[in-house]
Design a binder for this molecule. Structure first.
Ligand SMILES: [Zn+2]
Length: 479
């Protein structure tokens, strides 16, 4: 069946104009809309349903790994932010500050939280007295504000939603173990659910979180070869504990400072999802994260409407009972073609078409969004087939994204060898580095950065100075 052209709003070409495609698909699939405040977006129900699925998966893991959720204030006294020197230097340009409230000027301005280390550590200092109070493992789901100069829906917004985990431990080893454990949880979320391959490693000193000792990151490369930091996990050492006078009595009766961690990931994951899968028809959502996994489109004619709707209703109940997220589009004011177009745009993994002839034959027609395949499936075995098929789609989407990484992944010796190609076509560049900022800084000229230091040493020389490399890094251009 052809599409009725009147409902089509053609998307920009994904291969030649990815940034436009990205903005337009968000708009047309009704994931989000622009807000009247610059840099802010309104996340619409369909976009929020994706975020809620991500939240649910991650929240379960956060709890299963021994953390508890709590809620801290949106406002932070300005003096708190200033307590940790690097923290204030890093965040100062992005802060939104409230100076007036209740009809008068405040004695101390309040910062709208850009992150909650300072508030949470202030409270930790009150709660932690003895080694028995450790480890303390708290998570918060919240919104934060960082003034954004280059906003882009989901990927960079002034206000965004996230979770921030904050933990305190008796030893440095335990804190490092925690930071790496949560990084692993993030990687599982990205790869097993979002079907996004990620590259993990440590951020350089220059790129790490303001106030951290070590920042671990997981990075994705979108379809245009640009990198996006999907989230981070920080080993904070004792800097913040000193700044907030957070102390405890250890087992030997000595006074010690806890070792802290923090880790977070945001609504940016939705942006990474959009930008990792998709085609000229719109979104392609992996089954494990899709708000609707299967949409049934009944092919209705006046004379057989009730027969078809009865059969569809039975199928709906059966699929629902099999824990499949199914939706029936029985709106008879729109043509089947218009509906097909819409559900493809929204990236629903599987579409079932069913008319009277199919019912008589005992079949439905299944169309797979990711591959555009069309299959005839017997109604008797439909739910078991769907469960298998959704798993297959999930796996092949990850593989497709992984293959794309392979095709854009280059190893290179010197900056002059790859700078032209990287600035023109983006991509993933694995290079050696001497770990000096003077070399890292040279990447600014091509608007690239070291995304992370990886556990590999294949390249012998630093890309910048040619001196011996201390380990490989991944270089790319970012959003
Ligand atoms: Zn160098």
């Amino acid at each position: 069946m052809g599409y009725s052209k009147d409902c089509m709003n053609k998307l920009p070409d994904i291969n030649t104009n990815f940034p436009e495609w990205y903005q337009e698909v968000i708009h047309q699939a009704q994931l989000a809309d622009n807000a009247p405040v610059r840099g802010c977006i309104v996340i619409r129900p369909y976009g929020n349903a994706i975020w809620e699925n991500i939240k649910k998966i991650l929240d379960d893991r956060i709890k299963e790994t021994g953390h508890e959720n709590a809620l801290f204030p949106l406002f932070i006294p300005q003096s708190f932010i200033a307590k940790e020197k690097e923290h204030i230097e890093g965040f100062a340009p992005e802060l939104a500050i409230v100076t007036h409230a209740g009809g008068k000027e405040l004695e101390e301005p309040l910062v709208v939280r850009p992150t909650s280390e300072t508030m949470i550590h202030y409270m930790f200092a009150k709660w932690i007295q003895s080694w028995r109070d450790l480890p303390l493992k708290i998570n918060q789901w919240a919104n934060v504000v960082r003034w954004e100069k280059r906003p882009r829906a989901f990927l960079r917004t002034t206000e965004f939603y996230w979770q921030e985990g904050h933990t305190a431990h008796a030893t440095k080893e335990e804190a490092l173990e925690e930071a790496l454990l949560m990084l692993k949880e993030y990687v599982n979320l990205a790869q097993d659910y979002l079907a996004i391959p990620v590259i993990t490693g440590k951020k350089t000193k220059h790129e790490q979180f303001a106030g951290a000792e070590a920042t671990y990151t997981f990075e994705a490369f979108l379809m245009d070869g640009k990198a996006i930091q999907m989230g981070t996990s920080h080993a904070l050492s004792q800097n913040f504990a000193h700044a907030f006078d957070m102390k405890f009595q250890d087992k030997d009766g000595n006074i010690a400072y806890p070792h802290l961690t923090s880790w977070g990931t945001t609504t940016r994951l939705v942006g990474a999802l959009i930008g990792s899968h998709g085609d000229d028809r719109g979104l392609i959502l992996p089954p494990k994260i899709a708000p609707i996994q299967v949409v049934i489109v009944p092919i209705l004619k006046k004379e057989n409407k009730n027969i078809v709707l009865d059969a569809v209703n039975n199928l709906y109940k059966e699929l629902k009972a099999a824990q499949i997220k199914v939706h029936v589009d029985s709106d008879d004011s729109r043509s089947p073609g218009a509906k097909f177009y819409d559900w493809e745009l929204k990236g629903v993994p599987l579409r079932l078409e069913i008319g009277e002839r199919d019912i008589i034959a005992g079949n439905v027609i299944a169309v797979i969004r990711a591959t555009k395949e069309k299959k005839v499936i017997s109604i008797v075995e439909l739910s078991s087939w769907i469960i298998m098929e959704l798993e297959r789609i999930q796996a092949l989407m990850f593989k497709a994204a992984h293959d794309r990484y392979q095709s854009m992944w280059h190893k290179s010796e010197q900056l002059k060898d790859f700078s032209g190609e990287l600035s023109k076509n983006n991509g993933i560049y694995q290079v050696g580095w001497c770990q000096l900022y003077v070399c890292e800084e040279q990447l600014k000229e091509i608007s690239a950065t070291i995304r992370c230091m990886i556990e590999s040493k294949e390249l012998q020389k630093c890309f910048g100075c040619g001196k011996p490399s201390l380990g490989d890094v991944i270089v790319g251009k970012s959003y």
